[in-house]
Write a protein that binds this ligand. Sequence first.
Ligand SMILES: NC(=O)c1ccc[n+]([C@@H]2O[C@H](COP(=O)([O-])OP(=O)(O)OC[C@H]3O[C@@H](n4cnc5c(N)ncnc54)[C@H](OP(=O)(O)O)[C@@H]3O)[C@@H](O)[C@H]2O)c1
Length: 329
Amino acid sequence: MTTNVPTRHLGSLAVSAQGLGCMGMSHGYGASDDAQSIATLHHALDRGVTLLDTADFYGAGHNEELIGRAVAGRRDEVVLATKFGFANRLGEPTLVRGDAAYVRQACEASLRRLGVDHIDLYYQHRVDPQVPIEETVGAMAELVQAGKVRHLGLSEAGASTIRRAHAVHPITALQSEWSLWTRDLEAEIAPVCRELGIGLVPFSPLGRGFLTGRYSSVDGLAETDVRRSQPRFADGNLERNLAIVARIDELAAAKGVTTGQLALAWVQHRGDDVVPIPGTRRRQYLEENLAALAVELSPGDLAAIEAAAPSEQIAGTRYDATSLTFVNN
Ligand SMILES: NC(=O)c1ccc[n+]([C@@H]2O[C@H](COP(=O)([O-])OP(=O)(O)OC[C@H]3O[C@@H](n4cnc5c(N)ncnc54)[C@H](OP(=O)(O)O)[C@@H]3O)[C@@H](O)[C@H]2O)c1
């Protein structure tokens, strides 16, 4: 199959300009079908998507095993990104670990589940407030020296943590939430990454699907779907946020693209060092999302999109109060 996905760079790491978020194939968004997920993963590789994003936390190892199965025999086509740090399971109280012994143990377990001898991009999923970042990144750097990991990343780290981490070992990418309804990294964190040459990987660039206009209520979501407990999907907030999606929808219609494509194109336009990882289990959505790479937005378009979704009008925080204590640290 022809590939027309352009290349972008995260630091020195070349990746497809859009990655594939694999979390929903095992975790968070209701039941999944492994055969469908593997077909989507293969289709992504056939289309030239190289960056696959997983974590040991997703499905308590299921997601890494699934991706391991999907990339078996195609390892050279893939930039495999995974994460460590959540030592609890979904639904249990959050336990973040970044001590050196845990980093080593988590990496061995991820390599085993993925069925590979190295990870291309290894992220700390959340900064451990009990452990100096120098210890965590020091242990991650030893994994690079041992050939088990090629590049290091952080997720939801704050500006000063990023600086301290980068002083221990070059950080290739910061993966943090960034979309039309979550822009908190723009003021301080993204500028520090740019100063240091660290690439930016926006997660949940479609606002967990909300910015596609697909959800007008949580009624159709599985009982276990994490969005049911997220403030922006709560009664009252959801209705106010739908008014914002309606405005994005109008702009998208005027441009002849879908609502999700416009939201994703806005993220893609944040800079050449930005590689979003929209998540999907379906080939149809993968195609729709890849087509957003070709959507050109003028400065006037960008201003109109931003005026349609002012941050102060977004109702509800992006995580619950406990989870919020673990972001931008
Ligand atoms: N570092 C972190 O802490 C962190 C946190 C969250 C996520 N992530 C990573 O970021 C990736 C993406 O984030 P996300 O999955 O939370 O959110 P997202 O990419 O904003 O949205 C995913 C949701 O949107 C739906 N969707 C995707 N494309 C669509 C389209 N074109 N039309 C309609 N619906 C569409 C998906 O449906 P289907 O699944 O049904 O196809 C899924 O429900 C994850 O997979 C994960 O790898 C990282």
